[in-house]
Write a protein that binds this ligand. Structure first.
Ligand code: PMP
Length: 460
């Protein structure tokens, strides 16, 4: 058996040498040493089913992707200032998955960088306009400019709150039937900008609201918002960092399901299966507006190894028909989750498609009051049974399922069996008590406190 550093030692080194607000998941953090497909292994050789990692899109350590990156790294790895057929053919392959007129790519190193670049492009396509419209609960990345577009962060602990040039559309909630009118929401945001003496240069929105709680937008919602935003002269940016690359099953890009063609699409996470990269895809017209004389250069963006990684991911996705696979497994999961919803009072809603699903945990079906403590409890209890889940949403009460796309029916059945077992044991009274402290529009820091208490009270 391979020797690993003892748990306590890794933890101590981490506390000493890693910045203190780099947080760890779970009450007892996982010390992972190996991954394969949708399985992870800790230093003691214990195996876990990964229902969380949407970066390892074609499977942890996919051999074809690893081989392509390794081969390229051993041959040549340099930047976009040289001609390399790998970069050009990758850009051709990637853009061929998009509808017209989205045919040009810029390469970056992460989802945050992709959104940061999209914001810069918007400033070029709508000169003089400096306001931005976003969705409530959104997360678009960690750079200074993009934190300002991320209520998920700026409203949370340590955040500086909403900046005066940012306008927030309320998160549509089809489960509770609120904020479903996109046109009304867009017009209100535009009017708010005008009242402040500004104009909106960009509207950023995930095609499926992942951090917003796996919300599938109401039919026609995005189309209406886009119409209003375009009439204002704003660029419509679709953040497909989480929901793209076939994850949504029926379509390769989630914006296709929403019935729109964005002006700019930002990509990250799954694009390189863990190799750090991202991209911005747009039309030649908008690319020309961005090419205002200032050179675009990014040391690693589009480097030779990144192009090899991206090409290999597309090849595996297409060769193994993983989009179709995600669609099938997702339907199987949804059908069984619907069945669990009938059985258990705490499951208010199940939603999504493909391998991007949400289970909304509530205090009761009648009240639909969110249950963040119960959600945190279920996550911890599932970890004890070796299934990794995550929780998200503005009320921190949506269990998310977004595994590597190789997740198959037996994996789905294992996850469902573990979830059922946890639900059968019931939500402990002290956890339910914590949830009764939930209030509408509760500040994020209060929600986090409830979650943490639920996590701490969990007995393994
Ligand atoms: N957009 C969305 C929707 C995301 O979920 C994330 C990451 N969680 C980002 C952007 C930022 O990506 P990265 O962490 O690669 O910078």
């Amino acid at each position: 058996k391979e020797q690993h550093m003892p748990f306590a030692e890794v933890l101590a080194k981490r506390k000493t040498f890693i910045g203190p607000n780099t947080t760890l998941n779970y009450k007892k953090p996982l010390h992972l040493v190996r991954g394969e497909g949708c399985h992870l292994y800790d230093a003691d050789g214990v195996e876990y089913l990964d229902c969380v990692n949407n970066v390892a899109h074609v499977g942890h350590c996919n051999p074809a992707v690893v081989a392509a990156i390794s081969k390229q790294l051993a041959t040549l790895n340099t930047n976009v200032r040289y001609l390399h057929e790998g970069l050009c053919s990758y850009a051709e392959q990637l853009t061929s998955t998009f509808p017209e007129p989205l045919s040009v790519a810029y390469f970056v190193n992460s989802g945050s960088e992709a959104n940061d670049l999209a914001l810069r492009i918007a400033h070029c396509t709508a000169p003089g306009a400096s306001h931005v419209a976003i969705m409530a609960g959104a997360y678009h990345g960690h750079t200074k400019a993009i934190i300002d577009l991320s209520p998920y962060k700026y409203d949370g602990p340590g955040g500086e709150g909403q900046q005066p040039n940012i306008h927030v559309l309320p998160c549509p909630d089809p489960y509770r039937g609120t904020h479903l009118d996109g046109r009304k929401a867009a017009r209100a945001a535009i009017a708010e900008a005008h009242a402040a003496g500004g104009r909106i240069c960009a509207f950023f929105c995930e095609s499926v609201l992942s951090c917003g709680g796996q919300i599938v937008l109401p039919e026609g919602y995005l189309k209406e918002v886009y119409e209003e935003m375009r009439a204002e002269g704003a660029l419509c940016v679709a953040d497909e960092v989480q929901c793209g690359f076939g994850r949504h099953g029926e379509y390769f890009w989630a914006f296709e399901e929403a019935g729109v063609v964005p002006d700019v699409v930002t990509l990250g996470k799954p694009i390189g299966n863990g190799f750090p990269m991202g991209a911005v895809v747009l039309s030649p017209k908008h690319a020309a507006a961005f090419a205002n004389g200032m050179e675009y250069f990014n040391t690693y963006g589009g480097c030779t190894a990144a192009s090899a990684a991206g090409s290999a991911v597309l090849k595996v996705l297409q060769g193994e028909r993983l989009q179709q696979h995600a669609h099938r497994v997702g339907q199987h999961l949804l059908a069984k989750l619907e069945f669990l919803k009938q059985e258990y009072e705490c499951i208010g809603d199940v939603r999504g498609s493909g391998l991007m699903l949400g289970i909304e945990i509530v205090q009761s079906k009648a009240s639909k009051a969110p249950a963040p403590a119960a959600a945190a409890h279920i996550k911890e209890a599932m970890l004890a049974l070796r299934v990794l889940m995550t929780v998200d949403g503005p009320n921190a009460n949506v269990l998310k399922i977004k595994p590597p796309m190789v997740f198959a029916e037996p994996d789905a059945d294992r996850m469902l069996a573990v979830l059922t077992k946890v639900l059968q044991q019931g939500i402990p009274e002290k956890v339910q008590e914590l949830d009764r402290a939930w209030k509408p529009a509760m500040p994020v820091r209060e929600l986090r406190k409830i979650q943490l208490q639920a996590q701490q009270s969990h007995q393994q």
